[in-house]
Design a protein around this ligand. Structure first.
Ligand SMILES: Nc1ncnc2c1ncn2[C@@H]1O[C@H](COP(=O)(O)OP(=O)(O)O)[C@@H](O)[C@H]1O
Ligand SMILES: [Mg+2]
Length: 152
């Protein structure tokens, strides 16, 4: 089952992500889609709060991956925008198979390298402070997690 949620400001998006973050486990994977400014990094900041990461999360655009290791679990925050059409083995499996939580901005650019179970979150810019979040869990664990967070 998918979920569609509207948020009317940045802190609501962060709170929502934080709620998911508190429930994440070792090895979890979240794929974030949406145009520049849609709120992917903002969402990741909320996830980091839920993972009790004390550092400030910054966009990894110029590094591809940033690792945060001071929380309840490690967070591997990837922005793969610049890897579009990359032919090489990117070595990202090390993260997906790792102990931490992987979050991938622009995940469709590395479609072939993605694990087959994940939560995909697509953010859409509606108005200056309004966004819609479409949340699509793939795999039984993620179905259960989303139903726990978003279900009645
Ligand atoms: N409801 C909202 N949810 C998330 N971000 C919002 C919202 N309203 C406004 N914003 C702003 O939109 C921008 C989103 O930027 P960012 O998270 O870096 O996007 P992306 O990583 O998708 O490029 C931030 O400046 C944020 O303050
Ligand atoms: Mg970003």
């Amino acid at each position: 089952m998918n979920y569609k949620i509207e948020t009317t400001n940045e802190s609501i998006t962060r709170e929502l992500a934080k709620k998911i973050g508190t429930k994440l486990q070792s090895g979890d994977v979240l794929l974030l889609e949406g145009d520049l400014g849609a709120g992917k990094t903002t969402f990741t900041k909320g996830l980091a709060e839920g993972l009790e990461i004390p550092q400030m999360v910054k966009s990894p655009t110029f590094t591809i991956v940033r690792e945060y290791t001071k929380g309840r679990l490690p967070l591997y925050h990837m922005d793969v925008y610049r890897l579009e059409d990359a032919e090489d083995d990117l070595g990202l499996d090390e993260y997906f198979q790792g102990n931490g939580v992987s979050v991938v901005e622009w995940a469709h650019f590395i479609e072939r390298d993605l694990p087959d179970k994940y939560i995909r979150i697509t953010l859409k810019h509606v108005a200056e402070n309004e966004r819609t979040l479409e949340i699509e869990p793939v795999g039984a664990r993620y179905e259960a997690l989303c139903s726990e967070v978003f279900g009645e």
